[in-house]
Design a protein around this ligand. Structure first.
Ligand code: ADP
Length: 361
């Protein structure tokens, strides 16, 4: 096995020829943090001003390529970050710099997250997006669930996204929403075997290299859980906040609590808790069955100090609509589920009105 010091020396040698857009060397620049090596993985950060993202994109790609080619390194990640102000240092703002302008034109980016998979996070994302769209907002969905992208199925998306004039990907459109998913870019088997660094790199690129145009809201369907990939998105994306989706079972709420704790740790406000599969609506008699008891999630939300956005019942029509690629809110926007998601959309908009904006809208 190659020692970390050897990997670092190789990394510095590989980075030596690289130049900043102004022609000066990357190595030795005040903009550079790293390279560092952890678990055989190399990473470095290049500080940029928010409007320099496009100019530095080729350097980021070149640095990542150079680091990946190093024998003994399990992977590489190169981040452009506006966490630190770009030189000259005397012009540095007194308060922390805003997050990188990776999503220009998007007014609010909201993560839809869950502590574990299968709780209905993607279903919630799509129907909430449609409810927001019905309120006249321009909405996009980024499916960041690299290992289990379900957006193409839920929205009935087909074909590959085309590459636009500025070499950025053009999102697909369905039911008035813009949409991008790893499931549209690589086949399922390929993404399944990706390891951590490849997932991170794919996510970073997918977030930065899609031309969303002007959006009021971009919903990011997060990968389930609270690991490195989730943290990378939470830190690398200018999130206005996060919505947590949970089923009412205690276990799921424990996972949900973990999700809430992760966002709080990186100062992302929790905009609300959605309780999915809260109760069962019998299709035959229309009666309601509180299989997991009633009111538990709402009480838990209150205890955690997060807004309760509402309860979505377990219904066959919701699942059938999702599987058919025509979400229930596209089929029946005025129906009972339309009312529920509509209410959530209203509460979310109210929370967002007081949240910081990612970019001018
Ligand atoms: P996640 O994104 O959390 O993995 P999904 O949204 O993909 O979860 O949902 C998992 C499965 O449960 C899907 O088959 C979906 O159609 C179904 N499902 C989600 N929410 C509901 C609900 N409220 N009623 C019925 N089926 C649901």
């Amino acid at each position: 096995m190659t020692a970390p010091d050897d990997i670092l020396a190789d990394a510095r040698a590989a980075l030596a020829p690289l130049r900043l857009p102004d022609g000066s060397a990357l190595l030795g620049s005040a903009r550079l943090t790293g390279p560092v090596v952890a678990g055989g993985r190399l990473s470095l950060a290049i500080a940029i001003a928010p409007d320099e993202a496009a100019a530095f994109a080729p350097l980021r790609a070149a640095a990542e390529g150079a680091l990946r080619a190093i024998p003994g390194g399990a992977g590489a990640m190169v981040a452009l970050t506006a966490d630190r102000a770009a030189p000259p240092p005397d012009l540095a703002p007194a308060r922390p710099a805003p997050p990188p302008a990776v999503l220009p034109g998007v007014a609010h980016v909201v993560a839809i997250a869950s502590g574990k998979g299968g709780v209905g996070k993607s279903t919630t994302t799509v129907n909430l997006a449609l409810a927001l769209r019905a309120r006249g907002l321009r909405v996009g969905i980024l499916d960041a669930d690299v290992h289990g992208p379900s957006l193409p199925t839920l929205l009935g998306l087909h074909g590959r996204p085309r590459v636009g004039a500025d070499r950025r990907l053009v999102p697909l459109e369905a039911h008035g929403l813009k949409a991008m998913s790893m499931g549209l870019l690589v086949d399922a088997e390929t993404a399944m075997v990706w390891r951590g660094p490849m997932v991170m790199s794919a996510l970073t690129q997918m977030i930065a290299e899609v031309d969303w145009g002007r959006l009021d809201l971009l919903l990011v369907d997060m990968p389930p859980g609270t690991g490195d990939a989730q943290l990378a998105i939470a830190q690398g994306t200018p999130l206005a906040g996060a919505v947590i989706v949970s089923t009412p079972q205690d276990l799921a709420l424990i996972d949900a609590r973990r999700g809430i704790a992760m966002f709080r740790k990186v100062d992302v406000p929790i905009l609300g808790l959605v309780e999915n599969m809260a109760h069962f609506l019998c299709p035959d008699c229309g009666s309601r069955h509180d299989i997991f008891g009633a009111g538990g999630a709402e009480a838990e939300a209150r205890r955690l100090g997060v807004p309760y956005l509402g309860a979505v019942p377990l219904t066959i029509e919701l699942r059938v609509a999702s599987d058919a690629g025509r979400p229930i809110l596209a089929r029946d926007p005025e129906g009972p589920l339309g009312q529920i998601y509509g209410q959530m959309a209203e509460t979310l908009c109210r929370s967002l009105a007081t949240a910081p904006r990612a970019a001018a809208g």
